[in-house]
Design a protein. Sequence first.
Lengths: 924, 280
Amino acid sequence: MKINNLTKEEVLHNLVTSENGLSEEEAKRRLSEFGLNEIEEVKRTSLSIKFLKQFIHFLAILLWIGAGLAILSEILHPGEGMLTLGLAIIGVIFINAIFTFVQEYRAEKSIEKLRLLLPFYVKVIREEKEKEIPARDVVPGDLIILSEGNKVPADSRLIDTTYLMLNNASLTGESEPVPAQHKPCEGEIIESRNIAFAGTTVVSGSGKAIVFATGMGTEFGRIAHLTSAVEAGLSPLQKEIVKVTRIIAFLSTIMGVLFFFIGHLIGIGFWENFIFAIGIIIANVPEGLLPTVTLSLAMGSQRMAKKKALIKTLTSVETLGSVTVICTDKTGTLTQNRMEVKEIWTADYRKIPPSPPFSKSPFCPPLIKGDIGGLSGGMGGLDSYEWLIKTAYLCNNARFINGEYKGDPTETALLKYARENIGELKSERLHEIPFDSERKRMTTVNKILEMEILSPRFPPSPIPRFYALTKGAMESVLPICKYILRNGKITSLDEALKKETTDAYHSLMDKGLRVLSFAYREAGDSSGVLQYAPTFIETDMVFVGLIGIEDPPRPEVSEAVRKCREAGIKIIMITGDASRTAVAIAKEIGLVKGSPFVIEGHEFVRMSDKELREKLTEEEIIFSRMTPKHKMRVVSILKEEGQRVAVTGDGVNDAPALKKADIGIAMGIAGTDVAKEASDMILLDDNFATIVNAIEEGRAVYDNIRKFISYIFSSNIPEIVPYLAYILFRIPLPLTIIQILAVDLGTDMLPALALGAEKPTEGIMKQPPRDPKERLLNLRLLTRAYLFLGPIEAAAGLFGFFYVLKSGGWQWGQMLPSDNLLYMQATTACLTAIIVTQVANVFACRSFRESVFKIGLFSNKLIFIGIAFEILLQIFIVYHPWGNRIFATAPISLNIWLILIPFAVFLFIAEEIRKVFLHQIYHT
Amino acid sequence: MYKKILAAVNEHINSEISARYALNLAKACKAKLYICFIAEKDASPSSIEMAENAVKRLFMQAREMDIKVESIAETGNPLKEIEKIVKHEGIDIAFAATRREDIEKRFYAGTFARRLSLNLPCSVALVRVVHMGRLHPHKILVPLKGGVGYIKERAHFIAKMAEAFGSKVFVFHATKPITKFFHGEIHITPIEWEKRLPENIADFMKHLKRHKIEYEGKLLPGAVARSITIEAASKRHDLIIMGASERSLLISILKGNPVEAVLREAPCDMIIFKPHHENK
């Protein structure tokens, strides 16, 4: 038993209130117990805490320890430059924290937008008096007064209504107002007509209602709760980065500690050994990785914005690339939402193509047009086609104003077709039973002036007649029809005719048309309308025909669907349309090939999660006659099964599903502010094809991240090897820690970013979605970086270092002070060697398999900008006094640069040869 | 198990709603219902009148439902007086409504509900009223933790509540995600999770089966309190029945308290149930 099932008296009894309203004292008491009638955001981790967390993860702690020890070393042994090192490490921690936070940051305003849908003041009856109070003070048991234009402040049970029409768009997504009533209703609260929900609007009429739920207890509060509480969790990229940082931190620690002990065993002093251990850790940590990933995602989001996909959370750029399922709406996303009458069926003509020349119809009586625009003849005087078109015209809320059709797209299509065929019609609408999703039909009662010949001696004169005109879904209209209009005569609708009509209905739907049925009946006599009660006007009607409306698919959608198929992405259509229409459209755009599994809304509600889980494994599945509130369940189950889900939505009640999905996609044109705020991506053109373009870009971003990880990790080896040589061969340290940071956070950054801007490769959408088990940092990538590219760079670095030392007269075993010019030139040569080979490496890393000549040497102009930056920065470091001071370098002669170039050429050629071999192996 | 049920009523409407749950349980258990109102010494006449009216309404409703009923009105400290009644009448289970302070204050800070739950020598059901429109809950969400004890009494209470309202029970267990240091969180499908269902929860479901109650089980990884409220909101559950918190003050401060968190964010009515045996 629920509040909607009760009579007015029972409602008052259960809520312990009366028609005189609550007393102020009781209202105050209830307010103290139930709290304010407000939408609250559920408690979440604050932004400051989220930011602080970036400083306490495993890698950060490791770096803090390093920085702490470096500063301690400075205190104990001043003048060794350890303070600079400590501060540099702290700088690295901050840089990483800021960039990771930027990746995760997302302005959360969906609750703010929801709050705007609630009223600020409301009229209530308290202590027998009508009062206006702040809506936040409304309590359960309050008697509220509703009139046109009011917003409903809380979930309330209607106890009195006068032609009350509510717009429930904020809850159901349906823009059509629904009639409300105050009598007891069976079924669930959410589907009841006698409930006014918080956040809905009174379109017309008036009523009184008793509040039974306030604030977060309301249906609106439920949406707010889900919207703010549901979290999609870490994105695949974030998870991978956590794994990468943990692996790196672990490896660095092991290496640092291991070589610290080796150093200790071979008799190196503690502090020297300590500097070495810190150096090993710093050399292992790719300090520039997180900033580069973040900037690369930002660039990806810019590219997507140009393709009309606005990204709200940076990590979503990559998440898009990993999507395995897209749950999409039909109307407006797959189709153009530009309705057009395509086919007509009546019992007279069976089928008429659109826009027949009305006057040329051999069966159609001449139409009298003009100011009165009446119908010719009496009830039996018109053929069914004419009746059909006139019903479509008059039982219609769309309008033709200033040369433009305005209104719901379906109604606009009907009005346009009717108007273009029969011109203007005038009629007085006396009554309307509006369309709603439950009844699936609308009826109007119209007064129509018909021209009748009363006497042969006089011209025809206008006689008022009253008709009930109905349009709606077949399953709703046919049961209320007793007759059918055929050849101008009203005939009994027998089983054979019913079957014929139903077959015609199915045949139109199978063409992907949205099919509406039309009927009429005489609702009065010369004195006026007999009754307005639906039980009277919507019974024993005369069926006149069917109109099939096409919402053509967007032209680019078929190609996008094909791309998805090739890319192994499953598309699930979730639509409010009938099954046959949905299937037909799905076939037209290539979404389904065979017989898809179709689940209708009513079946969906009855299914257990287990059953639904099984059905969702079907290769081709369509959900029809669905409402947005069902979406979150579909998304949740898909996610539980390990799918990476993208879902589209536009309404307020789509918000929880948009939040739950890995990628929530809101419609930029048709979407509500709440849906846009809850989403990760906004489609500026509402077009499905844009999603697929964004997925392609997302996949490219992931590939590119791997490319620059290869690039960044390659330079780790020439950073680590000098330290190993230093400890094992007792030579001067070939590369200082600050110089390592110059590479990782300086010279590597722009070329790496340029790799992040590589275009998607040709076959990127022909591969299945990335396996969730596939690692960002896999063995193949590490092998290539650490055992192939890295050693070449390390060899170049050590060659440069020893070349300078030897040229300066250095003898093996001789240790040089850190401010010795020769030593500084030698480390500068080592650093320069890394930079020069990294220039070649950036070309090598542009593709894992393809030759750089095949993908086009000049196809990514940013690479050259990156290289130019890299070289200019190195020139600054080598030749500018400030660069020398910061990085402890000294100018070197041009010939040093020149003798390092062959290493770069060698790296480039070796990589090209590797790719040739790999290509051959791959093709074999 | 429950032959004598006590419902504590005061001037607040939520106490009356809470007593209605007791009323229906009494009907299902064929138990005697005691409706008590303890007027505090400084209570205003209007508060007393409101409470007395509530007692009258409940009394009449119990009579209509053919439940043996007795009303008790006393003056004094509610906690002490209720304790006296429980002891004197041999009450099996007492119902009381939570107050605003239970949501605003930390539970362990010692609210009236907390003291009632700790001191009464009987089982206690503390009701938080959120939604006055769902008079008879059709869908009851029962979150259970892994090591939950006193299965028999819990199952009995929930089965009788379900029987009273003709409800379906949804047993829910939110568990910690499985993680590995280098791999992070390991994704496991619901079917695989089902195999990991703690024994006592499986045992609890067997008890429900014995009571011939329609039920469904679900196990999901995630933060406990947040998972419960999301499940309740997304599936439109009408009532949550949850065990009372067993966390110590220190653990609650350090790790939080799921019962408190659910109490604050429950999207529907909620009963915090404390079986009597847990006091011993």
